[in-house]
Design a protein around this ligand. Structure first.
Ligand code: ATP
Ligand code: XMP
Ligand code: GLN
Ligand code: MG
Length: 545
């Protein structure tokens, strides 16, 4: 992944992505292939310091050119002494910028500065007891013994010269160190995961007491900053916003509306892959709350024709990404025609498209080196190469919970801000197999039953998202009304999450599951079996495709 995809200053100019105003500190997380790089960035932001991720392949001068107030080196799968392992350029430690190493980053720092890293045979995975020998500044006022989360096979056996070792575990003789003169520190454990006792405090000790960062940033800051940036970028041009009824586009649309008022038209594409009642909801909720001009495009025939017979998830995603843009282009032409009284003159063309793209969409769409491409989100990796619009994506560096904070700041209704996410490709990626009208009708019915039951049980706020999936190419034998049936299974996939980067399966009450199961098998033709997905993310993802 290139650093511009991770959200560098570059796209801020071309696409009005978000970079914080100069008066906020920036902390760069260098990603060594960690599972938790996003989580580190989120924790730093929770400490009210803006943070972005860059790949470990970025040259040091490029990193320093962004003028970070501090750098954090993430964990990673490699061994520092293995051939081809990513190394830290020693220039990272002499640029006058404080650096904090976590796990692999800690080992790489030790290795680069003359300490010793070895495979001691004392691997530690999961909960581990840490004994503090010297609190130093990094662990000041924290308990002498802490339960921390480890995931390593290598250990630092000798700290580099000038460093003070602060703590150890059975498997890691040096589990934390600091060098205050050079503003360098590191820990073997993962302070970013919730299972690590005092994890957030350790990060904050580094940010504030070692690195001298100031806690000035909040997601709400972006309202003011983005409104000004968008106004300047757009001038008097007309802008369209892809509005889905979901949280992200509602917040992005409301933000842009605040900047440019009626120069904005929102475009809702009814692609025929929506859930029951969804189209109506967009009109009722968003238009009522904001008074924005809304254009509804019925493109269901185009989408379903283009998807006919397609079973490969990535192909579905690319087709949907391209069809969305075709719909937006068509809508833009019609809007220009209407505004110009039929003349459609060139200077009234629509140059900009607003999308509610979030940081996880960008990170997960990956590609290139560094992060793997898990799935192409229709609004990032699924975009066509010859895109005619310039993109405005004011939420491109934010996580979901941060977007919700911005939505509340903008005064959007609670029900809209806290709505469960629904993916842009809609039910197409919840039908495992080819998509057609009949299968969509089956899934739509089952999904409506699930949503009604969850709401009736008062559990909407407990569950982060609840995909309902149709295994359209799987059949199993059932017995219904004393007769044999050969129907499809429906999968229930309720999850808890904070930001969709990781998730756990929701422990729902058996009575609710039972009600859902019997209502679906009684009420939905073609379904004779209901199953529950008990997988966290990772190893699975939330959606099935
Ligand atoms: N039916 C649609 N019509 C127009 N634009 C859409 C539609 N579905 C998705 N989009 C665009 O794609 C973007 C990404 O979709 P995504 O589902 O991630 O976000 P969302 O729908 O705004 O929020 P949420 O994640 O809460 O569902 C949206 O922000 C929106 O700009
Ligand atoms: O707008 C979207 N376009 C997409 O192409 C897309 N794919 C997944 N999702 C949503 O992203 C979150 C993480 O999903 P996964 O765990 O399945 O990757 C979950 O909230 C998914 O619903 C999408 N949203
Ligand atoms: N999680 C990590 O960063 C692990 C670092 C290194 N691969 C080890 O096993 O020790
Ligand atoms: Mg959505």
């Amino acid at each position: 992944m290139s650093d511009s995809e991770y959200g560098s200053a570059e796209h801020a100019v071309s696409a009005a992505g978000y970079t914080p105003a100069d008066d906020h500190d920036l902390v760069i997380v260098i990603d060594y292939g960690a599972q938790y790089a996003q989580l580190i960035a989120r924790r730093v932001r929770e400490a009210r310091v803006f943070s972005e991720i860059m790949p470990h392949t970025a040259p040091v001068d490029q990193i320093l050119a962004r003028k970070p107030k501090a750098i954090i080196l993430s964990g990673g799968p490699a061994s520092v002494y293995a051939e081809g392992a990513p190394q830290v350029d020693a220039a990272m430690f002499t640029g006058g910028v404080p650096v904090f190493g976590i796990c692999y980053g800690f080992q790489a720092m030790a290795n680069a500065l003359g300490g010793e890293v070895a495979h001691t045979g004392g691997s530690e995975f999961g909960r581990t007891v840490l004994q503090v020998s010297d609190h130093g500044r990094l662990l000041a006022e924290l308990p002498d013994r802490m339960s921390v989360w480890m995931s390593h096979g290598d250990s630092v056996v000798a700290a580099p010269k000038g460093f003070i070792a602060l703590a150890g575990t059975d498997g890691a003789p040096v589990a934390a160190f600091e060098n205050l003169d050079q503003q360098l520190a590191g820990v073997q454990w993962h302070p970013e995961v919730l299972h690590s006792e005092s994890g957030q405090q350790v990060l904050e000790r580094f940010l504030f007491d070692v690195a001298g960062c100031s806690p000035t940033w909040t997601a709400a800051n972006i309202v003011e900053e983005q409104v000004a940036a968008i106004r300047e970028l757009v001038g008097n041009k007309h802008v369209i916003c892809g509005l889905s009824g979901g949280v992200d586009s509602a917040v992005a649309g409301a933000l842009v509306q605040r900047a440019i008022g009626d120069q904005l038209t929102c475009v809702f594409v009814d692609h025929g892959l929506l859930r029951k009642g969804e189209a109506e909801q967009v009109e009722q909720d968003f238009v009522a709350a904001t008074g924005v001009e809304l254009k509804v495009v019925d493109a269901s025939k185009q989408f379903l024709d283009a998807l006919a017979g397609v079973t490969d998830p990535e192909r579905k995603r690319k087709i949907i990404g391209a069809e969305f843009i075709t719909s937006f282009e068509q809508a833009a032409r019609e809007i220009v025609l209407a505004k110009s009284g039929g003349s459609g003159s060139a200077d009234e063309s629509v140059e900009f498209l607003v999308q509610g793209t979030l940081y996880p969409d960008v990170v997960e769409s990956g590609g290139g080196e560094g992060a793997a491409n898990i799935k192409s989100h229709h609004n990032v990796g699924g975009l066509p190469d010859d895109l005619q619009f310039k993109l405005i994506e004011p939420l491109r560096t934010l996580f979901k919970d941060e977007v919700r904070a911005v939505g509340e700041q903008l005064g959007l209704p609670r029900g809209m801000v806290w709505r469960h996410p629904f993916p842009g490709p809609g039910l197409a990626i919840r039908i495992v197999g080819a998509v057609d009208h009949e299968r969509l009708a089956i899934l739509r019915e089952a999904d409506a039953i699930v949503r009604a039951e969850v709401t009736a049980a008062g559990l909407d706020d407990e569950i982060w998202q609840f995909p309902v999936v149709l295994l359209a190419d799987v059949r199993s034998v059932g017995v219904q009304g004393d007769g044999r049936t050969y129907g499809h299974p429906i999968v229930l996939r309720p999850v808890s999450s904070e930001d969709a980067m990781t998730a756990d399966w929701s422990r729902l009450p058996y009575e609710l599951l039972e009600r859902i199961s019997s209502k679906i098998t009684n009420g939905v033709r073609e379904v004779n079996r209901v199953v529950l997905d008990l997988t966290s993310k990772p190893p699975a993802t939330i959606e099935w495709e």
